[in-house]
Design a binder for this molecule. Structure first.
Ligand code: NDP
Length: 254
């Protein structure tokens, strides 16, 4: 048996229409999974579906606003009814608002919290009964270097990314008996729309990242295809509650 095969499996990837989410979706598709691309921007999602179909995978797009509980629950219900099952959930959708801590409004705090953390809580809980009934499941959450470190310009984001690791450990512990593994991936600095904004907002960031990263480059979405396959496949059946950096060594540099 190929322990990395995902044929016959169905994956929902929030924010799967671009950046790291699409990098993960491509890996899952190449390993044989069918993909539900879940995002707000219908045009980006349609393009991502084409991209995944070109790899030979079955793929559909479903629209979701992950800040809306009802929309998250509907996403999971529709994914199961259209694809027949749900084996893998990737909680990847995320956002950031970069300010000093004292400058955030409560509305901004809630927007980042709802997008990055509450969404993963709601989607995971909605997926749980389907995975439990199937006797297996894989949930992959996306943390950050800010699951480990703080940053003056990312108070709310860091709170959500620290929180998602603790949430994953708790769900991993609760659902291990149901053969559902819950893990986190902690990306280093990856070249996506999100960090193109960061490089505009934070002076010197581009060069600081290069100087600190032993691999001496920014990451690219394709760097996430392999870890997605590992954490979605039988190869990781005894791996749960972990937070795995995919960062070119950024987090081990003293
Ligand atoms: P992108 O901006 O490329 O992707 C963000 C994705 O989230 C988009 O696909 C977007 O879809 C989706 N999204 C955002 N808000 C919502 C919402 N309310 N409802 C539905 N979908 C939403 O950035 P990245 O690929 O970089 O980010 C992906 C994840 O990786 C995030 O969780 C981010 O925090 C994390 N990360 C990224 C790092 C990096 O260096 N790039 C480092 C560490 C973590 P749409 O366009 O359709 O709204």
């Amino acid at each position: 048996m190929n322990m990395f095969t995902l044929s016959g499996k169905v994956a929902v990837v929030t924010g799967g229409n671009g950046g790291i989410g699409l990098g993960m979706a491509r890996g899952l598709a190449q390993a044989g999974a069918s993909i539900v691309v879940a995002g707000r921007n219908a045009q980006k999602s349609a393009q991502a579906v084409k991209d995944l179909q070109a790899l030979g995978a079955k793929a559909i797009a479903l629209e979701v606003d992950v800040t809306d509980e009802q929309s998250c629950c509907q996403l999971i219900t529709d994914a199961v009814s259209k694809m027949g099952r749900l084996d893998i959930l990737v909680n990847n959708a995320g956002t950031n608002i970069r300010k000093q801590p004292q400058e955030y409004s409560i509305a901004e705090w809630r927007q980042v919290l709802d997008t990055n953390l509450t969404s993963a809580f709601v989607c995971s809980n909605a997926a749980y009964p389907h995975m439990k009934q199937a006797g297996a499941g894989k949930i992959i959450n996306i943390g950050s270097m800010m699951s480990i470190f703080g940053a003056s310009f990312s108070t709310v984001y860091a709170a959500t990314k620290g929180g998602i690791v603790q949430m994953a450990r708790s769900m991993a512990s609760a659902w291990a008996a149901d053969n559902i593994q819950v893990n986190c991936v902690l990306p280093g600095w990856i070249d996506t729309e999100l960090t193109q904004g960061a490089r505009r907002d934070v002076q010197g960031l581009h060069d600081r990242v290069l100087a600190r990263t032993p691999a001496a480059r920014w990451g690219v979405p394709g760097d996430f295809s392999g870890i997605a396959v590992f954490l979605a496949s039988p190869a990781s059946d005894f791996v749960t509650g972990t937070a795995i950096p995919v960062d070119g060594g950024y987090s081990i540099q003293g």
